[in-house]
Design a binder for this molecule. Sequence first.
Ligand code: IPM
Ligand code: MG
Length: 374
Amino acid sequence: MATRNRQHLMVVPGDGIGREVTAQAARVLEWFTKHRGLDCEISHDDRFGAEYWHKSGEFLRPGLVEDMIKADAVLFGAVGGAGDNLHMPQDIRRKYGLPAVRKQMGVFANLRPIKPIPALASDSPLRPEITKGVDIMVVRELVGGIYFGQPRGIETLPDGQRRGVNTQVYTTSEILRIAEVAFELARKRRRKVTSVDKANVMESGQLWREEVQAFRDKNYPDIELNHMYVDNCAMQVVRDPRQFDVLLSDNIFGDILSDCASVITGSLGMLPSASIGVHEASGKRTALYEPVHGSAPDIAGQNKANPLASILSLGLALRHSLGREADGDLLDAAVADVLARKERTADIAAPGVAPISTSGMGDAVIAALGRLAG
Ligand code: IPM
Ligand code: MG
């Protein structure tokens, strides 16, 4: 057998439940290295986040982001603290927080699959006939737009009032590289892209719409493209989510729409995401995998949190970074199997069935992998 280059997955747990949930995802990855011939080294670095800032005065250790860029994939937990950590100054947060790390890593494409698991259908506030069969891929631009546009800031005016400014700005190249990700994904799916903007009010939205349409006409005539204003889209996502295949949006609209769409799956604790950078000549892409949920300080350290969003984020890493599509499928099947057996953490517990712990969920997924792999 030809020798392959050993791959490297870096675990950066961050704050709060990030530690507990990534620990379970790392165990699951170890299972794949032991039982499925996956040649992947796993390293951990917890010198990142609000807790580290309180201990060391630094938000992240020097060189950490460079190492994250070098890794084949990074499994990220969550960032943000509670209690005294809440005093973390906004400027520190802005300078070193998650958006800044994403920007430094150049991970411009954020993929958020929204695919409800049938066993959890009754956990969604939406009726099962609305959510049944939904399969949406949110493709969110992640390192541009109003999160980063200049000018930004808060100033005091001569009359003593204060003025806060952020700028929504996109260039052709920023729009086209994210549109390309959406169209390429659509080709492997149901060949439909819905592009979201506010072109009726915003120039940046008008540009977004024109550029996406021209790009599609030139390069992807086989893909059906329609455009939707973001307000209408927010309604359509909960009214009739089956109409969507790939949902393409800018940074802030994607942030809002992905939380909105998460109700389709029943729990924010179930949603994984992948943030991916440009292709390098070697074929590698920088990639950060993280749950959509946050650090949940109220339940941190109690072995209660649902690790499935982190475990499913590992599933995305298997597919998008480690070249292991079949293993990604196996992991999805194992998670579905566990949930169907009503082995669930407190956030998604079945009525009358005692919830299992964070590590108990890790055990359950590993047991299911063993059963399914035969
Ligand atoms: C997300 C989060 C982040 C974002 C926050 C924590 C900065 O809401 O990943 O959706 O707005 O991108
Ligand atoms: Mg968000």
